[in-house]
Design a protein around this ligand. Structure first.
Ligand SMILES: [Cu+2]
Length: 167
């Protein structure tokens, strides 16, 4: 009985771990039986697109990646306003960062587009962009856990924030 339920469980697990919602062009080979104990392979790279417009909102409230994955993140500013009035960036913060404190510190870093130079809180960030612009960065996903991301343009982090899950 115990063995049977274990098999049922691992079959369930295999099913659920395949449906992560990532776009993949791989063809599925349903007949394969040789990989019965192997975990679902982790893609080396993952591409993420996040949009933000003049309404001061990210269109993704959360992002999920896997530990060690190369994350290619593209931020599109879908609005029309200039960088000086409605600039956006995407900043991934280290765990334990007090977001409001960091946002206040970032606000004073206008010369460096609101990214304080050498700030240990910043794990990854895009540059600041204005309406119609786009930027892509690449970084390695940090250790498993929950992180926060924000836009550090003054006044934006209250609305422009989200969770970044590393599994
Ligand atoms: Cu912003």
């Amino acid at each position: 009985m115990k063995k049977l339920s274990l098999i049922a469980f691992s079959a369930l697990f295999a099913l659920s771990s395949c449906g992560g919602g990532t776009e993949t062009t791989e063809t599925t080979s349903a007949e394969t039986t040789s990989q019965e104990t192997a975990a679902a392979p982790v893609e080396k790279e993952v591409s993420i697109t996040i949009n933000a417009g003049d309404d001061m909102k990210y269109d993704l409230p959360e992002i999920t990646v896997k530990e060690g994955q190369i994350v290619k993140l593209t931020l599109n500013h879908t609005g029309k306003l200039a960088k000086e009035a409605m600039g956006h960036n995407w900043v991934l913060l280290a765990q334990g960062t007090i977001v409001s404190d960091f946002a206040t510190k970032a606000m004073q870093a206008k010369d460096t587009d609101y990214i304080p130079a050498g700030a240990p809180e910043v794990l990854a960030n895009t540059k600041l962009i204005g309406g119609g612009e786009s930027v892509t960065i690449e970084f390695v996903a940090p250790a498993k856990g929950v992180y926060e991301f924000i836009c550090t343009f003054p006044g934006h982090s209250g609305m422009m924030k989200g969770n970044f899950y590393v599994q």
